[in-house]
Design a binder for this molecule. Structure first.
Ligand code: SF4
Length: 388
């Protein structure tokens, strides 16, 4: 396929959906789409409505903004408020609430917080402002870590001393393992996050099939990618197989991207543990700068509070991130918590499940609700006809 509309062909989607229904034979199946990008495709294109009703798509922890705990936001704000600092971040991080406000609030109070499109933009600012300390707020899974790594290597090669990175890169595999080990969850298969897989390849996922007996399909982000990946998952289950399959072969190579992995290995190492929102502390689940790059490490250069902060009582982001509840089941969804007034991270990020559901899914929920009486009436009518 060459053009994007070929990945959105309704006829193909309907055929695949019929096959999914035939293979799953009405059995209730829970399939987790790990990546927030998948969640947005599912809601934006109404994929839940195309799939048979026995297939329940469950949202996973693959949104890096969403899994960042409040304490790390407070740490970022503490760095941003220091004199002579230009604090740079991606746009969606600006509005994520910490315990005493967001980076946007800190900016309104006078801190020099700027949003950038890439870490290289932050490095450019360091060139332009040699009298300032420029800090880049690095977040993301293995998808974005290579760009941070390349920027650090460039800063090192050019000897730029007024640039540093506040590193919050997390790794998807320990997050998935934490969900698999969670007693709350019963899942039948996974759609793997295509963009992370582009970097790390297929091999890191084999333990899910081998040790947990669950199929994994590495999935792309267009509507037909998702539906085909669900079909491949259901087909594995029907045939009694548990394997790692690659639906996103046009992007993901089995070995991943060795150059990206090498750049990460030269600049970063595993943290012994890291806190994830909703999932708690997970061993070896995040990256920090290697000791030889300490002069570019914001956590070494600046004092950060490093205090663990509990989420607001009303917030159920943890349950949403583990797939235990759907976004609309949170008590404050769409009332106290909206994209304009977010209480939790899942409502802020462009990959957050609550933001996706608020922007697209609530219409499908409304449609489902409004359809219910019609279906019941139809069934009642059929029963009445049969009975007469
Ligand atoms: S509605 Fe808001 S508070 Fe509730 S889970 Fe979603 S982001 Fe968190």
């Amino acid at each position: 396929m060459k053009y994007v509309d070929e990945f959105r062909d309704g006829e193909v989607a309907r055929n695949l959906s019929s096959e999914i229904a035939r293979l799953s034979k009405g059995k209730p199946l829970k399939i987790m789409e790990v990546c927030g990008g998948h969640t947005h495709t599912i809601y934006k294109h109404g994929i839940e409505d195309v799939l048979p009703p026995n297939i329940d798509m469950v949202h996973g922890p693959g949104c890096p903004v969403c899994v960042l705990p409040m304490g790390r936001i407070d740490d970022a704000i503490a760095i941003a408020r220091q004199p002579n600092v230009i604090f740079t971040t991606f746009g969606d991080m600006m509005r994520v609430p910490g315990s005493k406000g967001s980076l946007l609030d800190a900016k309104a109070d006078g801190a020099d917080v700027r949003f950038v499109y890439s870490p290289l933009d932050a490095l450019k600012l360091a060139h332009q402002h040699p009298d300032k300390q420029v800090v880049f707020f690095a977040i993301g899974f293995e998808t974005t870590a290579p760009s941070t790594a390349v920027t650090l290597l460039r800063a090192q090669a050019e000897g730029i001393k007024n640039f540093s990175v506040f590193c919050n890169h997390v790794m998807i595999i320990p997050g998935i393992k934490a969900i698999l080990d969670s007693p709350d969850m019963r899942l039948d298969g996974f759609l793997g996050p295509g963009h992370v897989c582009m970097v790390i390849g297929m091999r890191p996922y084999t333990f899910i099939a081998r040790d947990y007996g669950k199929p994994v399909v590495l999935a792309g982000f267009e509507p037909l990618d998702i539906i085909q990946s669900v079909y491949m998952t259901v087909k594995q289950l029907d045939e009694g197989r548990c394997e790692v399959e690659n639906q996103y072969a046009r992007v993901v190579r089995p070995e991943g991207n060795p150059k990206a992995l090498e750049a990460m290995g030269r600049t970063m190492e595993l943290r012994p543990f890291f806190e994830w929102r909703g999932l708690g502390f997970i061993n070896h689940s995040a990256l920090k700068l290697r000791p030889e790059l300490a002069q570019w490490d914001a956590e070494t250069k600046f004092e950060v509070p490093g205090i663990r902060v509990a989420d607001p009582k009303a917030c159920q982001c943890g349950e949403v991130l583990k797939g235990v509840i759907k976004p609309w089941e949170c008590k404050v969804f769409g009332t106290a918590c909206t994209p304009e007034t977010p209480i939790g991270t899942c409502m802020v990020s462009s990959e957050g499940a609550c933001a996706a559901y608020f922007n697209y899914g609530r219409f499908s929920l409304a449609a489902q609700r409004s359809r219910l009486p019609v279906i019941n009436l139809t069934q009642a009518a059929e029963t009445a006809v049969k009975g007469s």
